[in-house]
Design a protein around this ligand. Sequence first.
Ligand code: CO
Length: 296
Amino acid sequence: MEKEEREKWILAGKIGKEVRELGISMCKPGTKLIDIAEAIEKKTQEMGAKPSFPPNLSINQIAAHYTPKFEDKTELKEGDIIKIDVGASVDGYLSDTAATTVVGVGENPLVKSAKDALDSVMRIIKPGMPIIEISSVIEDTIRKAGFSPIVNLGGHGVGKYSLHEGEFIANARNYSESYLRKEGIVAVEPFATTGGGYVIDSSEVQILSLIKSKNVRSSLGREILKFIEEEYHELPFAKRWIMNKFGRLADMELKALVANGALNEFNVLKEKDNGMVAQFEHSFLFDDGKVTVTTL
Ligand code: CO
């Protein structure tokens, strides 16, 4: 790996870690979710990067893909289990990292089980190893604590301007005979729940991404699409970001862009049994046979 490329992966990781910790430090009763999201976005930019995706601030039974909506009024309450899943992009070199806290409390056994699962992965992870060994240690750690791993969420390879590519790293044993890559970046993200361990789509969507550019009739729609292409490439972005820039009417234009196939929607994911959900995630850089946790 080129030195310059390696330095950008490392910097993206460092910024991801900083903004994850900033987010966790803000999780107090009465704090507005939108203030946490905006603080994370501002700090990411101040450190010289862009968010690699909108800060996912998912509470309790929501597992992932919630970012505050335009003018979001949600406030944190004592006892809420909040996942902060964030990442930074340095010229398309990305990080992806997450942590969970219990508002006003800090940790509970569920949160600890997800954290312990990621710690166990950090002790064994090696470039090119069988993925099933990672899946097994995650599943065993979470089940031993009396909870379930979420089986249809998992870690993933990461590429330049590409948040999910290549290998899927399941959070429980499956029939995978695949191996981790030998060079490059992977993100590992154990999810633990008090439910059965399966997430489903809710009807809500706050995050979108570009599939491909299309002809658009409305001039506002064309302007929005051009902005998305230039600003986010194929990386996920928040509805809120577009509405902040283009106003309330942008909401309708985004719906039209989804309908004509230009944009993809990420539905908010919730645990099927309404189980509480905790998650931790780090990005790992494999280079020359060595492992660096970029978001530690
Ligand atoms: Co991830």
